[in-house]
Design a protein around this ligand. Structure first.
Ligand code: KIV
Length: 282
């Protein structure tokens, strides 16, 4: 299906129908998101934790991200594909930031996302100068986990809330086409959403954002470890998968798999030549 959702189209959704974003990291995931009719696919650096088994998002590189962006893009999904710039890919210099953003675009993304507010403005402006749409991400920024002291709700104090509003305005004024708000009180997300003219997309940020995003594996129950309270599980695919695989193991062990219908057969003539009288025909 041709891609129809673009950065200007997302930006124009401010204040109208809520935007739906999910993460995906491979072609089957992208096809599921596409067929479900979401608006945006985020190839998030959460891939580090939900797919690659790391404890945090700091372990993935631009090469890792490009590998997953390519897999998503090859599914040719209709939703817009946004790629996370990983930690240390936009911190050292403007030049490296633009080069790394271009690598993700060449891998198949239509936009990049980076974490942080006003202090990222030089990088945001440089990426935009290269004609690459940028999505902001403020609130709980998992790449700052050590500086923040853990995965903690942000903006709970008045000065921190005001700083989030300032950061959002700075990102929107610089030209970001949307902003992810992660793990902030719903009142603060409402304030931020009212203060900017671009859509906010919330995760753990309450109902007043212009859109919502969830991580693929959380939404589908592909992992069953304790999840933050903002996660709503719409399926239990991990337990379904364990049940299915255990049934396969049982069938193999009791020789109920494969059946004659699930096997290939010689023609009766060839079976006869080989002296296999009575062998089943193909
Ligand atoms: O990497 C990711 O999955 C994200 C979402 C939580 C917004 O950045």
């Amino acid at each position: 299906m041709a891609q129809t959702i673009t950065a200007p189209a997302v930006r124009a959704r401010k204040g109208s129908d809520p935007l739906v974003m999910v993460t995906a990291y491979d072609a089957p995931g992208a096809r599921i998101a596409d067929e479900a009719g979401v608006d945006l696919i985020l190839v998030g650096d959460s891939v580090a934790m939900v797919v690659l088994g790391y404890e945090d998002t700091l372990q993935v590189t631009v090469e890792d991200m490009a590998h997953h962006v390519g897999a998503v893009a090859r599914a040719k999904p209709r939703p817009m594909v946004v790629a996370d710039l990983p930690w240390m890919s936009y911190h050292l210099s403007v030049e490296e930031t633009v080069r790394n953003s271009a690598a993700l675009i060449r891998a198949g993304a239509q936009a990049v996302k980076l974490e942080g507010g006003a202090k990222r403005l030089p990088m945001v402006r440089a990426i935009l100068d290269a004609e690459i749409p940028v999505m902001g991400h403020i609130g709980l920024t998992p790449q700052s986990i050590h500086a923040l002291g853990g995965f903690k709700v942000q903006g709970k104090q008045a000065d921190a809330a005001a700083a989030l509003v300032d950061d959002a305005i700075a990102l929107a004024d610089a030209g970001c086409f949307s902003i992810v708000l992660e793990a902030v009180p719903d009142e603060v997300a409402r304030l931020v959403t009212q203060s900017v003219d671009v859509p906010t997309i919330g995760i753990g940020a309450g109902p007043w954002c212009d859109g919502q995003v969830l991580v693929f594996h959380d939404l589908l129950g592909l992992q069953d470890k304790l999840a933050p309270k903002f996660v709503r599980r719409y399926a239990s695919l991990k337990s379904d998968a364990v049940t299915a695989m255990a049934a396969f193991a049982e069938d193999v062990r009791t020789k109920r798999f494969p059946s004659a219908e699930e096997s290939y057969h010689l023609s009766p003539e060839t079976a006869e030549v080989l002296g296999l009288y009575g062998a089943a025909a193909s």
